[in-house]
Design a protein around this ligand. Sequence first.
Ligand SMILES: Nc1ncnc2c1ncn2[C@@H]1O[C@H](COP(=O)(O)OP(=O)(O)OP(=O)(O)O)[C@@H](O)[C@H]1O
Ligand SMILES: [Mg+2]
Length: 485
Amino acid sequence: MLISKDGDVTVTNDGATIVENMNVEHPIAKLLVELSKSQDNETGDGTTGVVILAGALLEQAQKLLDKGLHPLQIIEGFDKGCEYAVEHLKTIKNEINYKENNFENLKKAAKTALCSKVVSKYQDKFAEIAVNAIMAVADQSRKDVNFDMIKVEGKVGGSLEETQLIEGIVIDKEMSHPQMSKKVSDASICILNIPFEPPKPKSKYNIDIKSAEEYKKLYETEQNYFRDMIKNVKESGANFVICQWGFDDEANHLLMHNNLPAVRWVGGAEIEQIALATGGRIITNFKDIKKEKLGRAREVKEINIGTKNEKMIVIEDCPTKKAVTILVRGGSSIIVDEAKRCLHDALCVVRNMIKDPTIVYGGGATEVSCSLSVAEKADNTPSIDQYAIRAFAQALEVIPISLAENSGYNGIEYLANLKAKQIKENNPCLGVDCSKNGTFNMMSQGVYEGYLSKKQQFQLATQVCKMILKIDDVIKPHDLDEPAY
Ligand SMILES: Nc1ncnc2c1ncn2[C@@H]1O[C@H](COP(=O)(O)OP(=O)(O)OP(=O)(O)O)[C@@H](O)[C@H]1O
Ligand SMILES: [Mg+2]
């Protein structure tokens, strides 16, 4: 549970979010925060694992320093250890197949990312949503996924189970006037980022109205402004208006009278996404509204969500780019926010699979297998590097130990058993049975992790450790209040 300075509470087990929100002061700890962030930027998942691994490497390094090894010797050994581990990863990775509308393998990878999260009870549903969302917007030929076309919108209320994937863009707004029509078919959308208001004087300026005639004149001028604006919109052929800013009540009324349903106060990022998906341009001047600048969609409608009948706008079937929205529901904003973070991890994992469909097995199976291989290499290294290479192998064991302990087993005992089993059966798929399914085999349990993400974890953690070990001294500029000697 993270509590901000303003008292806002976040409950999460997402590694990157935790370290980012921690008020870290120690300079070395700051490096670990950066480490977690880089893992998040590169792959989006495995942010906890990378910090745990780096921590274990540092612990091993301390032991080696106590033994009398020079930091450079440790660095050399860790480097070799990491190299051997990555080499071994290549021999145990597997390519998965997700063609012919069979996305089971992708779902397994998404489920592994969701298994340890707050949404684990609904991991099947969330995994399915993540896979369908990615497949809807993925460009299979370029092996690319445009994340901008997937909107994750949270709405407090209902339960996590009611989370759904909606084809199109959903905005958490309602029509600006209750009497506007709730559905527009074959929508031509006018996307504005200017307010529906007469221009205001930029400097401080007072208008003194001294008579009823003068007031009437001002009122008429204002009315004419509104009429012109609406005429511009109408003449372009638009039948729906989305505006980043507000409307004057008068303008709202006129829009309704002219049969122009409209939505106001739509966020900047959403406006851009709508423009991209509908093929429209964002219009900054009423005189620029032209037919060819309008966005298109088969239908725009206002829908009611949940028992409280909260309203949202859905823009469906956008012709230019396929866009989808995941509408996350949950009992409180804390749950909705965490569910959004979980979905982010699952979406990233599936995206990574589209880019490179190779996996290794999770549940610590890969770490045990790599650890065994690196330890064997250490035994065959005649130089002093042997110690640090072996230490690297031991550091890798921290993942299966943590998983076993978190699942209620005795970590060390479980690991010993697991290592013996992997050697006996020569099977790199054996890992920690966290879900207590009665089998160590992560292949049959479907616990898949991205190969690239795992490789990244090993390399990033090693890099940070090397950097820390290279530090000879910490120099701090002296405090101005203290006398300098
Ligand atoms: N069903 C499962 N059985 C065994 N292990 C699992 C299962 N599901 C996930 N795991 C393991 O849990 C670990 C992932 O945990 P978690 O998602 O909490 O951390 P992370 O991916 O390192 O970081 P984060 O998700 O916070 O960015 C991986 O080692 C994965 O193999
Ligand atoms: Mg994860």
